[in-house]
Design a protein around this ligand. Structure first.
Ligand SMILES: [Zn+2]
Length: 324
């Protein structure tokens, strides 16, 4: 067998998978068969207005290099594409987020706060489902080409199984959000809202993540513990909003205490590291990013890469701060 050719074909297929879209409308009321559009997880008008420059923002782009394996780079991307996910059809995206997207944000409005975190949850589910579909078909291709033996529980099989289990577990988490949305019991989600004034807009984030490995214990697999983080600027400052389920508060607070107790500017540093350790759905303003020294850009990239793909490894360095 010509392995070189087969390898190239195999990795070519993986690359296509990663670049292909995963369409599905997550409308919670009834099943919807309309094709999903590119929905913004971070508001295009308002938020990206303040962050973009010449209609572009900076986003981490992850991919696969045939020679070097996974890679990550911060790249300029058009604002209309930035942070989008194909998780809702046009009609349902507008209907669901109308109270958030067409009315000025009010940090006291629990429906808006709920929708903000709901959108982070939907984006995360979409990302996890896409990863599961991709890995599963990569594994299937590998078996077809004789690279993996489906009779043996090897690393690729474990990986394919784990990614599918993670997507399913997070699907259960999103289902709780659907129930809250349908019953309008918005108070079941707790929000910690910080507003820090006189900070120029350098970053926006919409992310749902976990501080623990939800796959480790059955109890967490069936009832994953997650937090949503939304960061976005307005004209005078920046909102930093943590959201989580009220019934999970006791489990999550220990991880958030350091942030909650910090002084204003120290908060910005702590949250920057949390973003780099746990969140992949972020945009940076070109004005901020392009002015960083190459050394600082590399430091941020290395810290991010280590934590997103490797084992979590915290360290202290104020150059990791993502605010001006
Ligand atoms: Zn729909």
């Amino acid at each position: 067998m010509d392995w070189e050719k087969e390898d190239r074909k195999y990795f070519g297929d993986i690359f296509k998978q990663i670049n292909s879209k995963f369409h599905r409308c997550f409308w919670p009321k009834e099943s919807c068969s309309e094709e999903a559009i590119r929905a913004h997880s971070i508001q295009n008008s308002g938020v990206l207005d303040l962050i973009s420059e010449n209609n572009h923002v900076i986003m981490p782009q992850m991919g696969l290099d045939i020679e070097k394996g996974p890679f990550l780079k911060f790249e300029e991307i058009g604002r209309n594409k930035a942070t989008t996910f194909t998780g809702l059809c046009d009609k349902h995206d507008s209907e669901l987020f109308k109270p958030l997207d067409t009315v000025k944000f009010d940090p006291g409005n629990i429906e808006q706060l709920f929708l903000l975190s709901y959108r982070s949850v939907m984006r995360e589910l979409h990302a996890k489902m896409k990863a599961a579909v991709d890995i599963q078909s990569q594994y299937g291709r590998g078996v077809e080409l004789g690279r993996f033996n489906p009779e043996i529980v090897d690393q690729p099989m474990k990986m394919a199984t784990m990614v599918i289990a993670e997507a399913y577990s997070f699907y259960l988490y999103k289902f709780e959000y659907d129930k809250i949305y349908l019953s309008m019991n918005f108070k079941n989600i707790v929000h910690n809202v910080d507003y820090i004034e006189n900070i120029s807009p350098s970053i926006a984030v919409s992310s749902a993540f976990s501080f623990i490995d939800n796959m480790h214990y059955l109890e967490d697999r069936q009832n994953p513990k997650c937090v949503c983080l939304n960061i976005f600027p307005d004209k005078n400052g920046i909102f930093i909003i943590f959201s989580y389920r009220k019934d999970q508060e006791a489990k999550l607070l220990p991880y958030l205490e350091r942030f909650f107790q910090a002084e204003k500017f120290y908060k910005l540093y702590i949250v920057s590291k949390l973003v780099l350790m746990y969140c992949e759905n972020l945009v940076l303003s070109p004005k901020f990013y392009n002015n960083l020294s190459d050394e600082r850009k590399n430091l941020i990239k290395d810290f991010f890469m280590q934590n997103i793909w490797g084992e979590k490894k915290d360290s202290e360095n104020e150059a990791l701060c993502l605010f001006n």
